[in-house]
Design a protein around this ligand. Structure first.
Ligand code: R5P
Length: 292
């Protein structure tokens, strides 16, 4: 029987304080369910409204590329410095300690490698994502190639159906056909198609005219870093994207292939969360490279 002794009557009703009904701090999320917002809040810093996601899902396409030979040695030590970890189920399960409480954005589609024709992807099961306690699921959406466009959009839509059922945000990983210009027109179109199909986050590439890509996408946009650049150039890329309205980065090679991945994480965070200018962030990088 429930303990009914000493039931105290409530007295702190805050009668002078109206209940708040403020909107959510990330764009496009006001109409979202509580669970989805809560997961987004684990990924996106509440003060800056931005995120530094660490991407290490490259291996399912290209095997043990430079910097990802040993996820346990190269990536796990960086985890505490990232806002979110983006990888595949195999690498996260085997090489990221389960005691790590950073939110995970699980790469939820898989398919062919760089050795054959890319983008013929399928989705892994939703039970996998749920059992791994993920905060978001990511799948690629490719526009402009007759052989793969329909399949990737079908995958993506199905993943959003699943995400909506369980309040798990879905991140669209944009791709454009290999013969298409990698410009704001096509990345803008791929980003918009992700949003039209229910993405909660869109990942795309920075290009000239990026402000239009962001403006036409009603949910947060983060940038991939792309191929390894000299550190200052990579920081300029981040800065320019943030100036155009990006909500952060989902960056891989420019972090884990850096001379000092940890120093680069700190510098990227300075740009993303503190709006540091590239030269200031480069100082953060150089300072973090110095032995203590
Ligand atoms: C691309 O399909 C992958 O999702 C990568 O995670 C993404 O391109 C980000 O990595 P990077 O900064 O190396 O381009």
């Amino acid at each position: 029987m429930a303990d009914t002794d000493d039931i105290r009557e409530g007295k702190s009703y805050g009668l002078d304080t109206p209940a708040t009904s403020a909107g959510f701090y990330l764009k496009g999320m006001d109409g979202a369910d509580w669970g989805l917002k809560n997961r987004m809040a684990r990924i996106f810093n509440k003060d800056s409204g931005r995120t530094v996601m660490l991407a290490f899902d490259h291996g399912f396409l290209m095997g043990p590329t430079s910097g990802l030979e040993r996820i346990d040695l190269n990536i796990a030590p960086l985890a505490e410095h990232a806002d979110c970890l983006m990888g595949t189920r195999g690498m996260i399960r085997t090489s990221i300690p389960a005691s790590c409480t950073k939110p995970v954005c699980l790469r939820t589609d898989t398919g062919t490698t760089i050795l054959t024709e890319m983008n013929h992807n399928v989705l892994i099961s939703e039970e996998e994502a749920i059992s791994m306690n993920v905060s978001a699921m990511a799948a690629m959406l490719s526009v402009g190639e007759a052989g793969t466009e329909a399949g990737t959009i079908a995958n993506f839509s199905r993943l959003v159906d699943i995400g909506m059922k369980y309040s798990i945000p879905v991140m669209g990983v944009t791709a454009v056909g290999k013969d298409m210009a990698r410009d704001a027109r096509y990345f803008g179109m791929a980003s918009r198609v992700c949003a039209e199909n229910g993405a909660s986050i869109v990942k795309t590439y920075y290009t000239e005219g990026f402000e239009k890509v962001v403006a036409a996408c009603p949910v947060p946009v983060v940038i991939a870093g792309g191929k390894k650049l000299p550190e200052l150039e990579a920081l300029e890329l981040c800065y320019n994207a943030i100036q155009c309205g990006a909500a952060g980065v989902d960056m891989g090679r420019n972090v884990f292939q850096s001379e000092s991945p940890l120093a680069m994480m700190k510098a990227v965070k300075a740009v993303v969360h503190d709006s540091a200018k590239p030269a200031e962030a480069y100082e953060v990088f150089n300072d973090a490279m110095q032995p203590a």
